[in-house]
Design a protein around this ligand. Sequence first.
Ligand SMILES: Cc1cc2nc3c(=O)[nH]c(=O)nc-3n(C[C@H](O)[C@H](O)[C@H](O)COP(=O)(O)OP(=O)(O)OC[C@H]3O[C@@H](n4cnc5c(N)ncnc54)[C@H](O)[C@@H]3O)c2cc1C
Length: 169
Amino acid sequence: MSFDAIVIGAGFAGLYAVHRCVSEGLTVTGIEAAPSVGGTWYWNRYPGARCDVESVDYSYSFDEGLQNDWTWSERFAAQPEILAYLDHVADRLDLRRHYRFSAEVVRARFDAGEWVVDTSAGDSFRGGGLLHRGVAARGPGSARQEDRRDRYGVVGHRGGYLPRVTHTF
Ligand SMILES: Cc1cc2nc3c(=O)[nH]c(=O)nc-3n(C[C@H](O)[C@H](O)[C@H](O)COP(=O)(O)OP(=O)(O)OC[C@H]3O[C@@H](n4cnc5c(N)ncnc54)[C@H](O)[C@@H]3O)c2cc1C
């Protein structure tokens, strides 16, 4: 299957990337290892998990309607409410139909001017652009998993990076 863009992840960044692609009239598929949207907020459900910036600052600001129809119940929202918010965003913007859930990207390579992305489900997708957590990859290159650390210095957590990947961010 071939698309203008392939987006990896259904967290804050991925959902917005898919929405933006659709808004721009591009064909897009999202690929997410989890069975649903949420990203970090799907995977991290430990007691006490919550955002540490104010909830209103953590929500999307690109759509006034979206902002007006969601009221945060706490100044610093807890994980269940943030996940509920992202579920709401996905439904309101009708984003789920663009996603393959429960599919992990196991390989991405740049071939003949296109990205070829293979998933753990055995599917293969081709795309002119590849976005991982909203970051665009435009050409070939290499980055190993151990080269990539999240901002808290953790390597290889579920919100992490492509294994055995060949790409440039
Ligand atoms: C407890 C906690 C509190 C936080 N508080 C704040 C805060 O207050 N403010 C703030 O700015 N940030 C905060 N963060 C950071 C948070 O991670 C980001 O704000 C944001 O949710 C990240 O969104 P994202 O879409 O970039 O990535 P993620 O939410 O990590 O989503 C990435 C998604 O990509 C999927 N994925 C990754 N690799 C693959 C693959 N190979 N194949 C298929 N799918 C893949 C993952 O399954 C995941 O669902 C907090 C994080 C935690 C855990």
